[in-house]
Design a protein. Structure first.
Length: 100
């Protein structure tokens, strides 16, 4: 008959075995996967100008462009099943790699 102690010991042995397998294979505990999507700022400006075509004086602001990209990112990085993407770990850079 298994006791709680035996079950706990078995669980610990199992987790120790899992950790050893992962370690022996050379992995850390996690694997990070990055997805890079490049957005064409000229097309975004063109889109924003089209939305404001009645206002010839309109010029998109930096923040409007970034906000538009964020909306695209939410779609592109979501799971496709209605879950919103967690944007907290995303890094926005220009083509030189400088943070925006």
């Amino acid at each position: 008959m298994k006791t709680k102690k035996n079950t706990a010991e078995a669980d610990n042995e199992y987790h120790d075995r899992l950790n050893k397998i992962v370690e022996d294979l050379g992995f850390g505990n996690y694997v990070n996967v990055s997805k890079v999507i490049t957005y064409d700022v000229v097309r975004i400006v063109e889109h924003l100008l089209e939305l404001h075509k009645g206002n010839r004086e309109y010029v998109p602001t930096y923040h409007e462009i970034i906000d538009t990209i964020v909306e695209y990112v939410k779609d592109d990085f979501s799971c496709g099943h209605g879950h919103v993407a967690d944007l907290g770990d995303l890094i926005f850079t220009n083509e030189e790699g400088d943070d925006l």
